[in-house]
Design a protein around this ligand. Structure first.
Ligand code: ASP
Length: 329
């Protein structure tokens, strides 16, 4: 009997010790790892250079990554000469400029607007959706109404240049929406601040001459943008339908979680898209998609289907433009 009692006592003590060490392991695992390579901001395309400048102003003053990406993407949004984002963006086939944007922070707070018209800074409306509503996404008239109720101004976003091009397009278009690899580009921006926290923003006027009401990947959390503060962040540009099909940015982040570098993760996501284009017996030459990724060590990656995708990176080495590698050489 005594032996049995002793056995139970020893066994209980041993399992308590095991439990304690398991808790200790778990606690140690959540200890933040040493984060290198910060602060940093990266963004899609060459207009990312200017956007990065604004984002860096926030980061260099120990600001939050969230504030930096919002400030950054507002630059192309307000630029009338940029015909793929915000003001000056190419309209849909009815001549209406409809904008898509989303934002995500280090706490997995998310906000998004889709098919919003007349508002110069959809990214700021997306942030307000995130911060002031119990929802994550507002679309169309509802998004516009919410913006106006919150002090945003109603503006005409169709510039003379974009209107002229659209009218030219109408002559031969037979009013069909087009998919081409030239007339689109989005700003997707990812940043890690001095604290090592990640955020991202993505904003676009979408595909030129799309059907009215068409929404691409850019405002869809997981497709056009995804941030996981433990792992990294990703964003995309190109034909949104293909990115949505594989929930692209989320896939890139999950691949990084499994141990892939940002570069290898972007390559794997692009390869998945290519596989599905081939499966559907479509012609690869009609498709362009690019992914951009950043991990918690400040390592970056970028890859696209076609040549020509580039991105801007601003860190302690300065603000520089890089050509992404591509599947089609
Ligand atoms: N991804 C955007 C969309 O499909 C367009 C682009 O990046 O060019 O709306």
């Amino acid at each position: 009997m005594t032996n049995r009692k002793n056995f139970i006592k020893t066994a209980t003590l041993a399992s308590a010790a095991l439990l304690l060490s398991a808790f200790k392991d778990e606690a140690e695992n959540v200890k933040p790892k040493k984060i290198t390579g910060k602060p940093i901001v990266i963004s899609t395309w060459d207009f990312g250079l200017q956007a990065n400048e604004a984002a860096w102003q926030v980061l260099k003053n120990n600001g939050r990554a969230l504030d930096s990406v919002e400030a950054g993407v507002k630059i192309p949004e307000a630029d009338p000469t940029n015909q793929s984002v915000g003001y000056g963006g190419r309209p849909d086939r009815d001549g209406r400029v409809t904008l898509d944007a989303c934002i995500m922070d280090e706490f997995s707070n998310i906000g998004s607007v889709a098919c919003i018209e007349h508002i110069m800074h959809p990214i700021s409306v997306a942030r307000l959706v995130m911060e002031k509503t119990p929802h994550v996404m507002l679309v169309g008239d509802g998004a516009l109404q919410f913006a106006l109720d919150n002090g945003f101004m109603k503006e005409n976003l169709l510039t003379e240049a974009s209107e002229k091009e659209w009218k030219e397009w109408l002559k031969n278009s037979e009013y069909k929406p087009v998919i081409n690899i030239e007339n689109h580009d989005t700003i997707g921006m990812l940043a890690m601040d001095a604290e090592g926290n990640l955020s991202g923003a993505c904003t676009t006027s979408g595909l030129a001459y799309k059907m009215h009401g068409r929404v691409g990947d850019s405002p869809i959390i997981g497709a056009g943008l995804y941030v996981d503060n433990e792992i990294g962040a990703a964003t995309s540009t190109g034909i949104g339908e293909e990115v949505i099909r594989i929930v692209g940015s989320h896939l890139v982040v999950e691949l990084m979680r499994q141990g892939k570098s940002p570069q290898k993760a972007c390559e794997a996501a692009v390869n998945r898209i290519i596989k599905l284009i081939k499966l559907r017996k479509k012609d690869l030459k009609d498709y362009q998609v690019g992914f951009l990724a950043l991990n918690k060590n400040g390592e970056t990656g970028a890859f696209s289907i076609q040549k020509g995708f580039n991105y801007a990176k601003y860190n302690s080495d300065g603000n520089k433009l890089f050509d992404a590698d591509s599947f089609v050489k």
